[in-house]
Design a protein around this ligand. Structure first.
Ligand SMILES: *Cc1c(COP(=O)(O)O)cnc(C)c1O
Length: 495
């Protein structure tokens, strides 16, 4: 069965998977969606014994139908190899009655690695398939984790360049160090004097700038996106939810067909949307619990049907969730309208023009699989501390939000369904906040003393990604204002 892709805003149809991956964003500003969501063609029982790589093939072949078996298997083998520090790729850890799906065992110790390890392979394969003769410039806005993971994936990949914008004061010290020490002659990192939403909006504007596109093409460049709007990010993320269910089955933690819940610490809505696609493909999943931090725009949306971005942007200890414009929600909106692109485009215009939009009753009926929850910064810290005190298991500040929200959900509803919590970053990535949560204070000014302290608390080895930046030289010092992003891109590309 051939799947083709179309824009959520109606401006593009019949796009192949490889073309959608190359383009990133559709030309009308919409996101690419498959024209149907394929059903798994193997049973969960059959998947139970499969490796991560085998599972990845079973899932991805259904979406990326213009890739040959050989091409796709090569992409998977290149991506999910020994750069992950565990053979299972995504371990499931049981603690306090929930299953933590650890998505942080890749290059940059955050879940973004799950998709960004494979995206460069998908993209270069797609370029070959489509006879692209230009250099691909990956332009990325990051709230801290995407940028590093994308650079790790694309560093020194022939035929590609990557430019990353991050909010100067909106990322953790480790996140910043990871980015400014990035190696690779084709990488560039820019600290933006603004927040993530401005970075993301700026990047979207550059993508939509037709004149700039032409100018770039004349110089032999073509933009693409490694942000979670790219379908090549979304599809690989579906894999680990299928894999998690199969592993629970294999370990006899659940019966065949037993429904589970999934809780995801959410920002741009990519990760939880992947869980929703897994459900649509036939994985027995009941509720999808969308956990927000103090920037609880999604919680308010699922509670009231109104998406309202007109509010103060708060910086929290879970910075990768500090987002007011949740890009991938557009895909759920599209699905909830029954794939009505005109209606979706109208709502997105409302968001740009009026700063808000409202989902009608029909749409809300189609979204009842989702439940919004939020945890304040104090609740996040309390959840990290409690989990540690009760079990010795240490989670990061994003996963802490999910743990707190899950706990509230269980208390409020009495729902005892087995629950998988997406664990999106290693606690080492947010060492200071995690140590503060567990011990009440964190006196040391030195980032690496804090890391050593966390080593003693958690008993977990310090990941290679952190050891590496202890001594790595700073290679990127560029900064710019949000209004100068285009100029900065030109400078970097030598235009
Ligand atoms: C990106 C990120 C999130 C949010 O994921 P979305 O797919 O944007 O919702 C949560 N936690 C961490 C650690 C992240 O890096």
């Amino acid at each position: 069965m051939k799947i083709s892709y179309e824009s959520t805003r109606g401006g593009e149809h019949n796009v192949t998977a490889s073309q959608a991956i190359l383009k990133g964003l559709a030309c009308d500003g919409g996101l690419f969606m498959p024209d149907q969501i394929p059903m798994l063609d193997v049973t969960m029982k059959e998947l139970a014994g499969k490796t991560y790589q085998e599972t990845a093939y079973e899932v991805m072949k259904l979406f990326l139908t213009d890739f040959t078996e050989e091409e796709l298997k090569a992409c998977i083998a290149g991506a999910y190899d020994s750069k992950f520090d565990t053979e299972t790729i995504v371990p499931l850890v049981k603690a306090e009655g929930a299953y933590y799906l650890e998505l942080f065992h890749g290059n940059t110790i955050a879940f973004k690695d799950m998709a960004l390890s494979i995206l460069p392979y998908l993209m270069t394969t797609a370029a070959r398939k489509n006879q692209v003769d230009k250099e691909i410039v990956i332009l990325t806005a990051t709230s801290g984790d995407t940028g590093k993971a994308a650079m790790a994936g694309f560093a020194d990949v022939p035929g590609t360049r990557i430019i990353v914008f991050y909010p100067k004061d909106g990322v953790s010290e480790i996140q910043k160090l990871q980015m400014v020490t990035q190696k690779g002659d084709n990488t560039a990192v820019v600290a933006l004097h603004s927040n993530f939403d401005d970075a993301q909006t700026g990047v979207k504007q550059l993508f939509a700038d037709k004149g700039f596109e032409k100018e770039l093409a004349e110089k032999g460049f073509q933009f693409s996106s490694a942000n979670s709007i790219n379908i090549g990010r979304l599809v690989p993320q579906v894999v680990y939810y299928v894999y998690a269910y199969a592993k629970l089955l294999n370990n006899e933690e659940i019966a065949d067909g037993e429904k589970i819940n999934i809780t995801v610490p959410t920002g741009n809505f990519g990760n939880i949307l992947a869980a929703y696609l897994a459900k649509q493909m036939g994985v027995p999943i009941d509720r999808l619990i969308c956990a927000s931090n103090d920037n609880k725009v999604l919680y308010d949306f699922f509670s009231t049907g109104v998406y309202d971005k007109k509010r103060e942007f708060l910086l929290t200890i879970s910075p990768s969730m500090d987002i007011l414009i949740s890009s991938n929600l557009e895909r759920l909106i599209y699905l909830s309208t029954g794939c009505d692109a005109g209606k979706t485009a109208g709502l997105m215009e409302d968001l740009t023009g009026k700063g808000e939009y409202k989902a009608d009753e029909d749409m809300r009926q189609r979204m009842t699989d989702f439940l919004g929850g939020f945890a304040t910064q104090d609740e996040d810290k309390a959840a990290i501390r409690k989990l540690y005190e009760n079990t010795g298991y240490v989670v990061d500040t994003h996963t802490g939000v999910a743990a707190a929200v899950y706990e509230k959900y269980r208390k409020e509803t009495g729902d005892r369904a087995k629950t998988v919590i997406a664990s999106t970053a290693s606690p080492y990535k947010f060492s200071r906040s995690v140590v503060e949560a567990i011990e009440g204070t964190c006196m040391s000014q030195d980032e690496f003393e804090v890391i050593d302290r966390l080593r003693r608390i958690s008993g977990v080895d310090i990941p290679r990604a952190v050891e590496e930046i202890r001594t790595a030289p700073v290679r990127h010092t560029r900064e710019c204002d949000a209004s100068d992003m285009k100029k900065t891109v030109k400078e970097i590309l030598g235009l």
